[in-house]
Write a protein that binds this ligand. Structure first.
Ligand SMILES: Cc1ncc(COP(=O)(O)O)c(C=O)c1O
Length: 501
């Protein structure tokens, strides 16, 4: 290797400096790093990450930068020569990675946060280090067997029947997509296929329906009732009308934890209706599914076990790093019938017997080894710790609701379900118009955003602007919730005063 083409890091980086002269540790060769440098950089990366996690409570939950600032900082041509690894890691940790919503901050309550466990993070590293492609049994028999094991744990947590199976996906969106493909094929891929979901369903389902070729005008958005649960009568009427009009229902979708409110659709009634009508029943449990770990969650999700397919996100309430979605189906043949295509180049993967090739179960051929995260986390902490973490989050949400009910400034806008608290500034004695309330609550949201360490978000409940806390972080304490609510009250009082109330 000529001196010219040698990356700078071999000679100037601190990690690796004390390599034995003349040994393989000495220099970077091509795209290969000497083992000592690899270890030094890995240690540095681990220290950066651990320090970040430890310092989270003292940080703001959100940091962002406007586009121009980031363009100025980051725009550059790719360097022709490599730079010292230590500097590259430091720069990533200083200039790129902090400019985010810190979803795992204990006061990160906006949207749907996520707080991964350390074993899950390590599993990502190990799976990448072992370069696992969990595509087929031939290529990854150990990982494939482990995926079967972990999927079966989830099946049992949900009370899903034996024989049901599935796979890990990138997230809830791709789980819905794979489910809709299976549903469409099971329905015989009809010309005028329709799907049904509530007006509270996630846009991921709309996108998935669109991708599988359901025409936009054939996606039925069924109104929800006062509790934001799908209205059964409206659903039945819609299906009846479609059948009479020559349409073919492909799938009915239920929310098991709608994003805005945590609302759970009437799962048992929907399951019954789907079974009577011979329509595929898909449950979007991306947010709420892992509540099934707890007794209270199991009760709330009763009926989920009758679904034809269930999408869940382990990167939400099972405390895993992104991406860790999964899809379970009652009859695994429905997935394999939809996705089991053969290619000559892959003919050797028809190897051995009595095993799945996970690439025959979904969109992806090359797949990262997501099951390892869940497995390593459960192995190291045990299921009981996860159950406690989910239960604790649900209890904090109930406690928050009680606090709001007792506050003269705040109002609950939807009863707490599955860890989601919807509320707003609306003093008992103020009698304010909706537009005024929206203005006041928007200004409080902005104050929290800029001037408080917490991050909260908002939603619109039948045009009622609401603040919203989603409490699912295993590190969140009552103090985190209380001080955030107190900050909302404080900013609310200031906003009311400015408004002349
Ligand atoms: C209820 C619900 N469904 C589906 C999704 C989409 O999941 P993902 O972002 O993992 O693709 C989300 C994401 O937050 C969700 O909350």
């Amino acid at each position: 290797m000529s001196q010219d083409s040698k990356p700078e890091s071999a000679s100037v980086s601190k990690p690796g400096q004390d390599a034995v002269p003349g040994s393989r540790d000495e220099a970077i060769e091509g795209l290969r790093m000497p083992p000592k440098l690899m270890l030094d950089l890995a240690r540095q990366a681990a220290e950066l990450v651990v320090n970040r996690i430890e310092s989270l409570p003292g940080e703001m939950a959100w940091d962002g930068e406007f586009r121009q600032g980031l363009i100025d900082d980051l725009k550059e041509d790719p360097p022709e020569k490599g730079r010292p690894g230590q500097e590259v890691l430091e720069r990533a940790a200083r200039d790129i990675l902090p400019w985010t919503l810190r979803l795992d901050h204990p006061r990160s309550f906006g949207f749907i946060p996520s707080s991964p466990t350390w074993p899950g993070i390590l599993a990502e590293f190990m799976a990448a280090g072992y370069n696992i492609n969990a595509c087929t049994w031939l290529v990854a028999s150990g990982p494939s067997q482990l995926e079967l094991v972990v999927i079966d744990w989830i099946r049992r947590w949900l009370g899903y029947p034996e024989g049901a199976g599935g796979l890990f996906t990138s997230g809830g969106s791709s789980a819905s997509l794979d489910a809709f493909v299976a549903a469409r094929e099971a329905a015989g891929h009809p010309e005028r296929g329709t799907v049904y979901m509530s007006d509270q369903s996630h846009t991921a389902l709309l996108r998935a329906a669109n991708i599988v070729g359901i025409r936009r005008e054939c996606i039925r958005t069924i109104p929800s009732d006062r509790s934001f649960r799908l209205d059964m009568e409206a659903l039945k009427a819609s299906v009846l009308e479609d059948r009479a009009g020559g349409y073919s229902p492909v799938a009915i979708c239920a929310n098991a934890g709608a994003g805005s409110t945590g609302a759970i659709d009437p799962l048992e009634e929907m399951a019954q209706f789907c079974s009577e009508e011979g329509i595929w029943f898909h449950v979007d449990a991306a947010y709420g599914g892992f509540a099934a770990l707890t007794e209270a969650g199991k009760r709330l999700l009763r009926g989920i076990e009758r679904a034809d397919s269930i999408g869940l996100d382990a990167h939400k309430w099972l405390f895993q790093p992104y991406e860790a979605g999964c899809l379970l189906v009652r009859d695994i043949q429905t997935l394999e019938a939809a996705f089991g295509f053969r290619h000559n180049m892959l003919q050797d993967t028809q190897w051995g017997t009595n095993h799945p090739n996970f690439s025959d179960r979904g969109l992806q051929l090359s797949r990262s080894f997501r099951a390892l995260k869940v497995w390593m986390s459960i192995q190291m902490f045990g299921v009981a710790a996860f159950r406690r973490a989910v239960a604790n989050a649900m209890e904090l949400a109930v406690q928050a609701e009680a606090y709001i009910q007792g506050s003269p400034t705040l109002e609950v806008t939807h009863p707490v379900t599955l860890g989601i608290v919807c509320f707003r500034i609306n003093p008992d004695d103020a009698a304010l118009e909706e537009t005024a309330l929206e203005q006041i609550n928007r200004s409080v949201l902005a104050q929290i955003f800029w001037n408080n360490s917490a991050f909260i978000s908002s939603t619109s409940l039948r045009r009622k602007f609401s603040l919203r806390l989603c409490i699912i972080n295993h590190n969140t304490t009552w103090d985190d919730v209380l001080e955030t609510l107190q900050a909302v009250e404080r900013f609310g009082k200031e906003a009311l005063k400015a408004f002349g109330e």
